[in-house]
Design a binder for this molecule. Structure first.
Ligand code: FE2
Length: 402
């Protein structure tokens, strides 16, 4: 049986089923292993892991620990509550119109971040004014209709992850700001912070940055320096706001003090830093990277909710879920009519009933003539589960803005 335990309950003789820290670039070779000695337990504690899953069929048990099934049921209940909470302002530009601008924006934004990183690598001072019009365009697109830009930014090439992730974090922070009712001006500062939050990675050697395997302890320590390196770059440039600096400084901090570089706790962290931490992890774990596959967005949101017990601000995680949707646009979902569909657009007042493009029949394992379906306009068809495109070897993005 799979059970969830606190790290202080972990003992040699147990079998770890899942370290439960997908957001952490940890040095363990696997997420799943037999605990041989106390040194392994101490190493796990040292890396800020607070709760993890054990397999009682393969190692010692902890009586009274909740089962994975019980944890999943509690998360289902929380998701129901989140779906019913207050709605965000509706989109005011049709998706099809905004989609054209979004595709162009993605290419331009990627180029700008790549150039900024190139300047840092060559030791030049960055010119933030080159990025500001782009950030305004990203914020305008998100405020017009966030379902155009957000899903296409999840698509990343392994070797281009570092700068594509920055663009994605900028757009997600803008969407988060919009949902929280923050002004466009603050959304722009947050977006600029998102675009620049990992700029310090330009000073990390390529062989560490894009290593196709686990980092060793020394490489791991070097990678963590990207926060302070980034702050140094930004402080040398004029015109940088406190908000953008907070996003950069705090995006790897955690509410329980287990983050880096300052190990700040919840009370010391700024609102913008706490927002950045959530967004950074969401984008990282939903994206394909050199050494691991991205997980489906809905699963990532469930994980964030679970980790908000310790690492993230729970109320902000719930707001973020409402900002992107229970089934974020671009998600592959299964329906109760034996079909698969891609989520194309959210209904702000009912996040469980988004707009879909239905394109695959699961019982015949065959593509069908794609058609649009508004789940909120009928009662018979419902989403039964989120699906992993890997399982079906399907690329849902082909039908995203069909
Ligand atoms: Fe980072």
């Amino acid at each position: 049986m799979i059970k969830k335990i606190r790290v202080d309950q972990l003992r040699p003789g147990m079998f770890i089923h899942d370290l439960n820290c997908g957001w952490l670039d940890h040095p363990f070779l696997s997420n799943s292993f037999h605990v041989g000695d106390l040194a392994s337990v101490e190493k796990i504690v040292r890396h800020g892991i607070r709760e993890l899953y054990i397999d009682t069929a393969r190692g010692d048990d902890v009586h009274n620990a909740p089962t994975q099934h019980e944890i999943e049921a509690a998360l289902d209940e929380q998701f129901e509550h989140i779906a019913q909470a207050a709605a965000a302002p509706p989109a005011h530009v049709p998706l099809r119109t905004e989609a054209l601008r979004a595709r162009r924006l993605r290419g331009e934004a990627n180029r700008i971040v790549l150039n900024l990183m190139h300047d840092v690598r060559l030791g030049r001072q960055i010119e933030i004014e080159h990025a500001e019009p782009m950030v305004s365009n990203i914020v305008d697109s998100i405020f017009a209709n966030r379902d155009a830009l957000l899903p296409i930014l999840r698509l990343k090439r392994h070797d281009e992850y570092t700068f594509q992730h920055c663009v994605s974090v900028a757009a997600l922070l803008a969407a988060f700001a919009r949902h929280l009712g923050l002004s466009r001006e603050i959304a722009r500062e947050l977006g600029l912070g998102g675009l620049l939050h990992d700029i310090g990675k330009a000073r990390i050697a390529e062989n560490i940055l894009n290593k196709p395997g686990k980092l060793d302890d020394k490489e791991f320590a070097r990678m963590r320096c990207h926060v302070d390196e980034g702050l140094e770059v930004l402080r040398n440039s004029k015109r940088i706001s406190d908000i953008a600096l907070q996003v950069t400084a705090e995006h790897h901090e955690r509410c329980d003090g287990s983050g880096y570089p300052q190990a700040m706790d919840k009370n010391a962290l700024s609102l913008y830093g706490k927002m950045a931490a959530i967004v950074d992890v969401y984008d990282a774990i939903t994206s394909n990277r050199v050494y691991h596959k991205g997980i489906p967005p809905t699963l990532a949101l469930r994980k964030l909710l679970e980790w908000s017990n310790h690492h993230f601000d729970a109320a902000l995680v719930q707001s973020f879920i409402r900002a992107v949707g229970i089934y974020p646009s671009g998600s592959l979902v299964a329906l109760n009519n034996d079909c698969l569909a891609v989520v194309t657009e959210q209904h702000e007042d009912d996040l469980l009933k988004p707009m879909l493009c239905v394109f695959f029949n699961t019982s015949r394992r065959a593509y069908i003539e794609p058609y649009m379906l508004d789940l909120s306009a009928q009662d018979s068809i419902k989403i039964t589960a989120y699906e992993n495109p890997e399982t079906w070897q399907i690329d849902p993005y082909r039908w995203l803005q069909a």
